[in-house]
Design a protein around this ligand. Structure first.
Ligand SMILES: Nc1ncnc2c1ncn2[C@@H]1O[C@H](COP(=O)(O)OP(=O)(O)O)[C@@H](O)[C@H]1O
Ligand SMILES: O=P(O)(O)O[C@H]1O[C@H](CO)[C@@H](O[C@H]2O[C@H](CO)[C@@H](O)[C@H](O)[C@H]2O)[C@H](O)[C@H]1O
Length: 504
């Protein structure tokens, strides 16, 4: 239940709005509390200054909503547009209508609203600061940039701000049209057609609105921006980001900050490598040329990250820390997927051998590397996106240097997933299963070759360490699948059995 108070979000009472969100949020793809009853609380909100063309009485409000209904509280970013009238030509119906307010309020999902997209990109490209929202019924809206309301309910709602950080200051862009990226996505990306202020068409923009918020830097923003700044053509050009501040009683000063959104160049006509690979396997074509190029691109990105971000020598403490995290994950995976217990002894032995192997330096990595995170650019090779790290791993861990082997292992697993998902969709067809397994084997080998050629690192010389990371990823996947796609859990479980028991 929402806390009681007199806070207004636009013209809507906070309590009524939170009740409406409790019905709507669970229907959204990005809501992570599937199967639990939402228990929502408004932690704060901020408001963007609407452009001159926006209908008067429209509020572009972003609510920061904490859900304590699940085992762990999750803080969601929920952009809303509160309008006095129905949106002309609305692409989506309002998520709530309040006809008892004066004037009535039509509340829309901001992500689908051109006015929100315009204000969001303007905040980024002008290094702007949000205006305070949620002033009490009698306060009215505060002045732009003033985020310091005083006390009570208005204080609670107002104590959030958002500030834009442009990658290249002094290049404002105007949004002509916007649409939400369709398809499975854990965040919400808005694709924007843009012009310069003079009306000259400019390359498109894709802006990812992070849905689950975390304290601290989001590696997606930090790593992609660092790579783009270093001149890498293996990531899209960065445009800028939004950093938010909100209240968090766990922090010494009661406040925290983190990334809210990330805008980058939209690459037209791309296809993700997962689809490209699935199609290749379906047609029974070799994927070795593509996989080798992907290995090379991966090595290049690792090389650049090691140059521009801090690296760490593999001290005994760091090695012990990584092994402890692998063992924790192993124990957790066995708890959630008991069939894995049959391989526990072999996994323990592998981890011991891996711990005693030579370790390379630790560095920043992608962190959740799989075919779905790579885009095939027409005539442009492979481009990497989504450096957010594994969603099940705490953000502090995701911001630490790690082993590049984790990414390599992730991609090896992904080739195996192509074969596994393909075989699953044709049950009983053994020939097809064997062909797909052969396809994956060749792609995996070519990927390793491409990586080794570019980096000069012979990955197969330290097989136990690579296998340990691959098993660790498969254990992560087993947990991920049992929670999200239970019918796919056999793919990582089969891989764990194969990797744990193979001769090396
Ligand atoms: N710069 C880009 N240009 C074109 N499409 C992109 C770009 N960045 C991401 N995408 C598309 O958006 C999808 C989701 O992006 P991603 O960063 O993986 O979001 P999420 O973190 O929500 O999973 C990608 O799979 C890709 O299809
Ligand atoms: O949502 P994200 O893309 O950040 O990553 C999560 O979801 C992925 C599923 O889409 C999951 O990846 C697993 O399935 C892929 C096929 O759908 C496969 O290619 C990957 O190898 C496999 O790990 C990823 O683990 C998870 O973090």
């Amino acid at each position: 239940m929402a806390e009681t108070g007199t806070t207004q979000i636009g013209v809507v009472d906070e309590v009524a709005l939170v009740d409406a969100l409790a019905l709507w949020m669970p229907t959204q793809r990005w809501f992570q509390g599937k199967g639990t009853e939402p228990d929502l609380r408004l932690v704060g909100s901020f408001e963007f200054t609407p452009g001159a063309a926006v209908a008067s009485g429209t509020h572009l409000v972003t609510a920061l909503v904490l859900d304590e209904g699940g085992p762990q509280g999750k803080l969601y970013q929920v952009p809303l547009t509160v309008r006095g009238e129905r949106m002309p030509g609305e692409s989506q119906p309002p998520l709530a209508v309040f006809d008892q307010t004066s004037p009535p309020a039509f509340v829309y999902d901001g992500a689908h609203d051109l006015d929100y997209a315009t204000a969001l990109l303007s905040l980024i490209t002008t290094d702007g600061l949000s205006q305070t929202a949620g002033a009490s019924a009698t306060d009215g809206a505060s002045a732009p940039g003033d985020a310091s309301a005083t006390d009570g309910a208005s204080d609670r709602a107002a104590r959030a701000t958002a500030s834009g950080r442009s990658q290249t200051p002094g290049h404002p862009l105007l949004v002509v049209s916007s649409k939400v990226l369709s398809g499975e996505q854990s965040n919400t990306s808005i694709i924007m057609t843009v012009t310069t202020p003079d009306g000259e068409p400019a390359p498109g923009v894709i802006c990812k609105v992070f849905r689950v918020l975390h304290h601290g830097n989001n590696p997606d923003v930090v790593l992609q921006s660092a790579l783009a700044k270093a001149g890498s053509d293996k990531v899209p050009a960065s445009i800028g980001s939004v950093v938010g501040q909100w209240q968090d009683s766990r922090m010494p000063d009661g406040r925290t900050s983190g990334h809210l959104a990330f805008a980058q160049e939209f690459l037209p006509e791309v296809e993700d490598a997962w689809r490209v690979a699935l199609e290749s396997a379906r047609l029974g074509e070799s994927f070795t040329t593509e996989a080798r190029a992907l290995g090379s691109a991966t090595a290049e990105v690792h090389e650049t990250l090691a140059e521009v971000m801090p690296t760490l020598a593999p001290s005994p403490e760091l090695i012990a820390g990584v092994l402890a995290s692998m063992r924790r994950r192993h124990a957790g995976a066995v708890r959630e997927v008991p069939a894995l217990a049959a391989h526990s002894e072999a996994i323990d032995r592998l981890f011991e051998v891996a711990a005693a192997s030579p370790w390379p330096r630790l560095q920043r990595i992608h962190g959740d590397y799989h075919l779905g995170q790579v885009l095939a650019v027409p005539d442009g090779g492979w481009v990497l996106v989504d450096f957010e790290g594994e969603p099940l791993r705490p953000m502090v861990e995701r911001n630490q240097p790690d082993l590049a082997l984790r990414d390599i292992a992730g991609m090896l697993r992904s080739f195996d997933y192509v074969a596994g998902s393909f075989a699953q969709s044709h049950p009983g067809d053994e020939k097809l299963r064997d062909d797909a397994a052969h396809w994956a084997h060749e792609a995996r080998e070519a990927f390793l070759d491409g990586y080794s050629e570019r980096s000069g690192i012979e990955l197969r010389a330290n097989r136990a360490l690579l296998d340990a990371f691959e098993i660790d990823k498969a254990l992560y996947e087993a947990i991920y699948e049992v929670r999200n796609r239970p019918s796919w859990v056999t793919i990582p479980v089969t891989a764990v059995a194969r990797l744990a028991n193979r001769r090396r």
